[in-house]
Design a protein around this ligand. Structure first.
Ligand code: ARG
Length: 458
């Protein structure tokens, strides 16, 4: 099969070699972006009198026909034309005749593919930001109904101090806020046009790069044509931001998985976000949370892959760069899917308030309250820590909790104890009183929720 670039060749590769080199089986994802880029390019060729008005009209019409077909998924791509760019060019020539061959004037596939990728990521970054906000809103909703639901907070996965469940959820809200900021800030580096860099050196045709950039709603153009065709930083940045996002989702998944275990029973996932076992009839598995945790690995992998592809790559375009696409498409699909699933999982989540509260009553996560109590009465905190630690040890020996010790037993440990100590060690009170900025006190959490609301679009 004769190639579009076949002039200087005497032989053509065998089919299986063609298939190895081709990208059409995955870069057809860029079909709409590719045609949009071509429409802007041909418009510019007309404006700069490089093509006649009539030629521009014919090419534009042909491209629009292809765009309509692309939207209806009516185009059939062929591995014989290697990639999306050559497939579209071939289809255009088939559609309107040899004049279609004028489209590629003053352009190369190198700036074309880079332009497509910028257009593609620009679209998806906006979708991702919206989905992150969607999840933030789901968290806000849940948090609002659970300000006074208390559960043990953990360090080292050991019960540490009681906290508000809303406070715990809001920790994820703020992680997502940083993710959202990172994606939003990256937009200005994505929304730059490489079009007109041509193969690597620019072109002798009197093109107008600003014009194509504006037509495609880019905010500016690459200053250097070599950089324009070989930069993939914007994709690495996207993959890096995606990795951070997935790391956050994965940590959350881990907690969700723990919380719905028989050992915790803090929450129950809706049936629609869980699966059963093919052998054990009693099972209800948190598959979706596990999958998101697992998919985090492939997102990290895609980041490492592209960093490695770029390392040591000389300027300007090298075919290695074709390997940038699958990881990017996969990451887009993975993070958009994970966010969508997460929203549904949170919206339908059942919170076992009683189990959470019960856990705070059956542990020593109120021990800090008692040490703080003694130190407000003048005992150096280090000594107070020792006194309470000894009391905890005693309780463990007796198989009871701090609330079960008699007042006499407290007095024996320190004369500073008064009978108000029993209010102090009430976990609900312990949470309520943590009113330092950013703390878990109920009023503080309510304020934090109000502030958080101002960061998401209603
Ligand atoms: N399919 C190629 C890619 O994805 C397009 C650019 C090809 N350019 C070239 N000079 N071979 O990178």
């Amino acid at each position: 099969m004769k190639k579009l670039w076949g002039g200087r060749f005497q032989k053509t590769p065998e089919q299986w070699v063609d298939e190895f080199g081709a990208s059409i089986h995955f870069d057809q994802e860029l079909v709409e972006e590719d045609i949009m880029g071509s429409l802007a390019h041909v418009k510019m060729l007309g404006k700069c009198s490089i093509l006649t008005a009539n030629e521009v009209e014919q090419i534009t019409k042909g491209l629009k026909t292809l765009l309509e077909k692309a939207k209806k998924k009516e185009l059939t791509f062929s591995v014989n034309y290697e990639d999306i760019h050559l497939n579209i060019e071939k289809m255009l020539i088939d559609e309107i005749g040899p004049v279609g061959g004028k489209l590629h004037t003053g352009r190369s596939r190198n700036d074309q593919v880079a332009t497509d990728m910028h257009l593609y990521l620009r679209k998806h970054v906006s979708i991702v930001v919206e989905l992150i906000e969607g999840l933030q809103k789901s968290l806000l909703n849940k948090a609002e109904t659970h300000v006074e639901t208390i559960l043990p907070g953990y360090t080292h996965l050991q019960r540490a101090q009681p906290i508000s469940f809303a406070h715990h959820l809001m920790a994820y809200f703020w992680m997502l806020d940083r993710d959202k900021q990172r994606f939003t800030e990256s937009f200005k580096r994505i929304n730059i046009s490489p079009l007109g860099s041509a193969a690597l050196a620019g072109t002798t045709f009197p093109i107008d790069r600003e014009f194509t950039a504006e037509t495609l709603s880019f905010d500016g153009i690459y200053e250097n044509s070599l950089d324009g065709v070989s930069d993939r930083d914007f994709i690495i940045e996207f993959l890096s931001n995606s990795s951070l996002l997935m790391m956050h989702l994965s940590r959350f998944c881990e907690e969700i998985i723990l919380w719905c275990s028989q050992e915790f029973q803090f929450i129950e996932l809706d049936d629609t976000y869980a699966t059963g076992s093919s052998i054990m009839p009693q099972k209800k598995n948190p598959d979706m949370a596990e999958l998101i945790r697992g998919k985090t690995g492939r997102v990290y992998g895609n980041l490492m892959s592209l960093l490695t592809i770029l390392k040591g790559l000389p300027l300007a375009y090298n075919k290695d760069l074709q390997e940038d696409k699958e990881g990017m498409f996969d990451t887009v699909k993975t993070i958009e899917g994970s966010l969508q699933i997460f929203i549904g999982m949170i919206d339908t989540l059942k919170v076992n308030k009683d189990k959470m509260e019960k856990a705070t009553n059956e542990d020593f996560s109120n021990a800090t309250e008692l040490a703080d109590y003694l130190s407000t009465k003048g005992m150096p905190f280090r000594e107070a820590h020792e006194v309470v630690g000894t009391l905890v040890y005693k309780c463990i020996q007796l198989g009871i909790y701090l609330k079960d010790l008699s007042f006499e037993q407290y007095k024996e440990a320190s004369d500073l104890f008064e009978d108000d100590l029993y209010d102090i060690i009430n976990p609900y009170e312990a949470v309520r009183k943590r009113m330092s900025a950013g703390g878990t006190g109920f009023e503080m959490v309510k304020k934090a929720i109000e502030k958080a609301k101002t960061t998401v679009n209603e």
